[in-house]
Design a protein around this ligand. Structure first.
Ligand SMILES: [Zn+2]
Length: 136
């Protein structure tokens, strides 16, 4: 079963790649935004946030380190996810900034655990990737 323990699964924008459909699927599995580009969907490879010049230059780990935080691109992404999936990358980043990545990952593990089997619930389709149970 997949686990949400990896720090590297938290993308620079604050997205938890571990709950993403592209990561959880079995075919053409995406390694997460911080992984190699080889198996990533095109939208991820071309991501404006991960490829952001400031971000690359500063070699920052997360967007909150940036002087433009939260920038236009991040705000767009955040608004889309808040509306569609009820999650906020900016909130995640604020949380990491304040309490650290380990704490965030601990919370995420509880938040996205399937009550039926303990598998991971996908943020995009709200289904457990292990048993298929739909989150209510
Ligand atoms: Zn399940």
């Amino acid at each position: 079963m997949e686990s949400l323990n990896k720090v590297l699964l938290i993308a620079p924008c604050g997205m938890n790649c571990g709950i993403c459909m592209a990561y959880l699927r079995e075919k053409n599995k995406c390694p997460g935004c911080r992984g190699m580009d080889t198996n990533k969907p095109v939208t991820r490879v071309r991501c404006k946030i991960k490829n952001c010049e400031v971000f690359q230059k500063e070699r920052a780990k997360f967007c909150f380190r940036c002087e433009n935080f939260p920038c236009k691109n991040l705000k767009h992404l955040d608004a889309r996810y808040r509306t569609k999936y009820n999650v906020s990358m900016i909130e995640n980043l604020e949380y990491i900034k304040k309490l650290g990545i380990k704490k965030l990952i601990g919370n995420e593990k509880i938040k996205w655990a399937c009550p039926e089997c303990g598998g991971i619930v996908c943020v995009h389709n709200a289904c457990c990737c292990n048993c298929g149970r739909k989150k209510i």
